[in-house]
Design a protein around this ligand. Structure first.
Ligand code: NAI
Ligand code: MG
Length: 332
């Protein structure tokens, strides 16, 4: 039995979790789910957005599946805290265009690997209403491991190149370390092409020649911004999955939030969650099943008959999940 922590959270997090689990349950797998709470409803019930018990359950599981939460003013972000607690240092955000989906570019397939634990999101802020300072921490240890993860993904996905994104002309010390680590780790992967770009130029290239990218590796804030922008190139949040990978744990979640504007109507698009499930299967070394789930999603999107309103359809969340399950069964 593989233990999976299941945190559905709030709003459409619950709907897409039901859909993702339905797809998992249709596969020949021996999973043992352990439910855990986090988010706004959890805060109202327990006085905390992330109970210690949830952290314990996630730590004791092989992988965690996370829906989405509604943030609570004045309270710590449960997802950011959970990523730190599990030391899932690498945020994998695949950017892919799907046939049948109206998007800005129909030929993209690249991966953004974002450092999850330090950079400008180290939480080291001080100051007052006159002056405030945030510290940007870049360590050799964290840089080398995220860069190695990016190269390993390039090998696994059979990608030609890895691009390091930084701003070392201004952030000479911090991004000096990051860039130096990049070329040092690159020596271990002579078959992979390398290059480095400044982050501002990268923002332009993502709009002018995004086809050029295979794998991008970058620090926390740059990765956050570039990956949201990139999701916008290929059909939006309903299709954007992500994985958070560490040496001990993996946490998988759609990029989107709890979408209060559509929550409760059962019209949220479950594809981002189902693709996150596929990434979890990859992480569990169930490569074949991961591929089946991915292909089934691609087929459902290409056929365009069962789609949620965000993609121009009129189907419900579980209709799409059931259609993905039907596709999986027809692949076998
Ligand atoms: P959001 O991602 O929840 O929604 C943005 C827009 O995209 C909305 O119009 C929503 O209807 C649409 N959308 C998102 N996912 C969709 C899906 N699967 N299918 C169809 N349409 C979808 O972001 P927003 O509105 O900025 O935040 C809402 C709440 O979620 C906030 O409390 C925010 O803090 C939280 N949040 C949580 C995240 C997480 O749990 N990882 C990530 C981002 C936001
Ligand atoms: Mg973001």
């Amino acid at each position: 039995m593989i233990k999976i922590a299941r945190i559905e959270g709030d709003g459409i997090g619950r709907e897409v979790m039901e859909a993702g689990v339905a797809v998992l349950d249709s596969l020949d797998l021996n999973l043992d789910y352990v439910d855990a709470e986090a988010g706004r409803a959890c805060f109202e019930k327990n006085g905390t957005t992330l109970p210690d018990e949830t952290i314990e359950i996630a730590k004791k599981s092989k992988a965690t599946l996370f829906g989405a939460i509604t943030s609570t003013p004045g309270q710590k972000s449960p997802i950011v805290t959970l990523r730190k607690e599990l030391d899932v240092y690498g945020n994998l955000r695949p950017i892919k265009s799907y046939a049948g989906v109206d998007c800005l570019f129909d030929d993209l397939d690249f991966l953004i690997v974002r450092e999850n634990t330090e950079g400008l999101y180290s939480g080291l802020e001080e100051g007052d209403s006159e002056k405030a300072i945030a510290k940007r921490v870049i360590t050799r240890k964290a840089s080398e491991r995220i860069i190695r993860l990016a190269f390993n993904q390039a090998v696994k996905l059979e990608k030609e190149s890895v691009t390091c994104v930084h701003k070392s002309n201004v952030l000479k010390k911090t991004d000096g370390v990051f860039k130096e680590c990049f070329y040092k780790v690159a020596e271990e992967y002579p078959q992979i092409k390398t290059r480095d770009y400044y982050v501002d130029a990268t923002a332009m290239y993502l709009l002018t020649k995004p086809q050029e990218f295979d794998v991008i590796v970058t620090s926390n804030l740059f990765g956050d911004i570039l990956s949201d922008a990139s999701a916008g190139l290929v059909g939006g949040l309903g299709l954007a999955p992500s994985g958070n990978i560490g040496d001990e744990h993996g946490l998988f979640e759609p990029v989107h939030g709890s979408a209060p504007d559509i929550a409760g109507k059962n019209i949220s698009n479950p594809i981002a969650m189902i693709l996150s499930v596929s990434m979890m299967l990859d992480y569990l070394n169930e490569d074949y099943l991961a591929g089946q789930v991915r292909t089934a999603c691609e087929n459902v999107l290409r056929k365009g008959k069962v789609l949620t309103p965000d993609l121009g359809g009129s189907s419900k969340t579980m209709d799409v999940a059931n259609e993905v399950i039907k596709e999986i069964n027809s692949l076998e």
